[in-house]
Write a protein of this length. Sequence first.
Length: 319
Amino acid sequence: MEAESFVRWDSSDDMTWIWNNMKVNFKFVPQKYIDTYTDTHEGRARIPPVILLIHGFGSSSFHWRHNMHPLSQYHDVYAIDLIGFGKSDKPLHNNYTVSFWRYQVEQFIDEVIQRPTIIVGNSLGGYVATLASRHPNVIETILLNPYVEFNENKDVDEYGSKDNFKKTKLQNIADTINTRIMSLITKLCLIAIQDGKYIRKTLQQLYARNGNNVDDELVLSIIEPTKSHNTTDTLCQMIKSFTQKSEKLDTTGYFQKSNKPLLLIWGVRDVWLDMSIAKSIQSLKRENITTKYVNAGHCPQDEVPQEVNAIIKTYLQRD
């Protein structure tokens, strides 16, 4: 790749936003080519929407290093570090739930972006993006191997409350996947502080097609944030929240009731998430959905970035 086409790792803060007395780190790449388009309904020029990128569990905004500049051709591009990850604050005794990160993202859109937004999420970031997709400034969503939960009961409310959440075959699969993910991530994060070789080996398993992209900078981007003095306690709080399922947010209603466009990109060699998730999303959201399968693992945006960037740019230029 050309030198100017990707973001380099730097342990210092990028840009910061203070949210509820917590520091949020984020990256920003401005739109390269000034271009407006005409709103066919109002007949006046409009500025193109912003792209907001949301990383997965144990990762950071750096995981979009190969996507930010290519996607900024006609869009301002932001990538955010969720609280507890990357260079953002890692407060103790915090309620680390998907709803918490959803509120962080929604208020980032309100206070920092303040424009129509295309929200993009990978893995856990896809879960957060799905919940945040109801925000009025989010005009469409792009999901890459999202970790989401479903309920086969079609009469669920918007938030999939505990009262009507049934234990289905698909949910049993999701429970098994969730436990497996948390077990792997716990080992990854705790060993990361001392053993970069373990991280590299684990990530190469996730990058099923192109392990060469597991380079020194990617490993550093995972190791260095774990050096915070309260990282272990923070990780324990997150893992406890996930494994004990302190929050039961079913995304069925979000996919069923949303009429906003959705692009689903799925790496078919994912060893963490079963393809049944992709099939369920397709079956639930029958309108305004585009699905693209790629020969990659759990993090296709970093494993096969050129292919993913081309899919997203073509999709966004469809109108």
